[in-house]
Design a protein around this ligand. Structure first.
Ligand SMILES: Nc1ncnc2c1ncn2[C@@H]1O[C@H](COP(=O)(O)OP(=O)(O)O)[C@@H](O)[C@H]1O
Ligand SMILES: [Mg+2]
Length: 355
């Protein structure tokens, strides 16, 4: 699939701009704080229903304006499609002009894999960051997953509230059973999805990483969870006393994590900076391949601030490796790519100029 045209209106620092893209490589360059990442963010919002850098939709609206609009024209399975977003005190998405009821229905229409400088945090920060990676990937491919997650989170919140009521208001312990059953029911399904996708990533990443390290580094991803099929409900019950004391639920998929190993060492802990970066790139490339297998089409690859992460040689190598995807790159310098045809755009103070 590929994005043909983007229209931005009052989105972030833009007034009104149009951008026509080719189906291969598009390079957007410009100084810092001019509006490069904002373009990728606009695409991301249209693909996932929300931004990768804020949960507050009104930050996306240009200062002193009361609405923002986005339009993305794209081609998928040889069909022209259009997604529109109107953001004011409400958030309205349209697919081919038809308004959709729930934001979650937008997810997966446009398929993207985003590489951003903050991705390194996947390795370095708390488990919540790694769960976010899994959630974004799986949501794009399994609409059911979004539903399961929102149900699970609701029930979890209710259970946690009830735990506090048992402690402080002497409510009955027995009533927890209702939530435990629900939690394990939804939790197990989420567990199955995560297990499936970590396995899929693992099957792809090994080869990718061997290739980029000249067969030196063996990479492996391990799903870390405190539950499994057999013991979910049992473990919930085992920990009831502890949970009541703490006022929250200690067992379940909301505590999930995964670890990346290179040659049997946890790269998040023992890896060099270079190894950490290259394993994240391999992880993202593996994600792109998994998406391809699932949708039978190539996701759009968004590379934010790519030059800051890699030297020019590696950029060339990297791009050669992703021949069939549309690629949209932002960088601070005008780059030249060997023997490749690409569109070049300059962004300056929220104005986009084709070079
Ligand atoms: N809601 C907003 N209204 C107006 N300007 C904004 C808004 N949000 C961000 N900006 C501006 O957008 C610019 C950052 O854009 P960004 O795309 O992140 O820059 P870069 O070119 O470095 O990637 C900054 O100048 C910031 O002040
Ligand atoms: Mg940027």
């Amino acid at each position: 699939m590929y994005i043909k045209e983007i229209k931005l209106e009052n989105f972030r620092n833009y007034d009104f701009e149009k951008l026509k893209l080719n189906e291969k490589i598009n390079v957007i360059f410009g100084d810092n704080a001019q509006g490069k990442t904002n373009i990728l963010e606009a695409i991301f919002v249209s693909a996932l229903g929300k931004s990768f850098r804020t949960n507050k939709d009104n930050e996306l609206i240009k200062e002193n304006k009361n609405y923002a609009k986005l339009e993305i024209n794209f081609e998928k399975n040889n069909r022209n499609e259009k997604i529109n977003l109107e953001l004011s005190n409400k958030k309205l998405f349209f697919i081919n002009e038809i308004p959709i009821k729930k934001t979650s229905e937008i997810i997966g229409k446009i398929n993207v894999v985003l590489f951003s400088p903050e991705d390194i945090e996947i390795l370095r920060s708390e488990p919540i960051r790694r769960r976010k990676f899994l959630n974004i990937m799986i949501s794009q491919l399994r609409p059911m997953y979004i539903h399961l997650m929102s149900q699970y989170n609701k029930i979890l919140e209710q259970r946690n509230n009830y735990l506090k009521q048992i402690k402080y208001e002497n409510k009955l312990k027995n009533n927890l059973e209702i939530w435990d059953e629900q939690l394990s029911k939804y939790g197990l399904k989420i567990y199955e999805y995560r297990k499936e996708f970590i396995e899929k990533i693992n099957n792809k990443i090994k080869e990718i990483h061997l290739k980029t390290t000249e067969n030196i580094e063996n990479i492996d991803i391990k799903y870390k969870t405190n539950i499994n099929k057999e013991n979910y409900l049992i473990n919930l019950k085992k920990n009831i006393e502890k949970d009541i004391q703490k006022g929250y639920t200690s067992i379940g998929i909301h505590r999930d994590d995964f670890e990346i190993y290179i040659n049997n060492k946890n790269v998040g802990i023992y890896g060099s900076q270079g190894q950490q970066r290259s394993s994240i790139i391999s992880l993202k490339l593996a994600e792109a391949e998994v998406v391809y297998d699932e949708i039978d089409d190539y996701p759009v690859i968004l590379l934010d601030d790519f030059m800051s992460e890699l030297d020019k040689k590696r950029v060339n190598g990297f791009i050669k490796n992703i021949k069939n995807n549309q690629v949209i790159i932002t960088c601070t310098e005008k780059i030249t790519l060997d023997k490749m045809v690409y569109n070049l755009f300059k962004v300056e103070n929220a104005k986009i100029e084709k070079m």
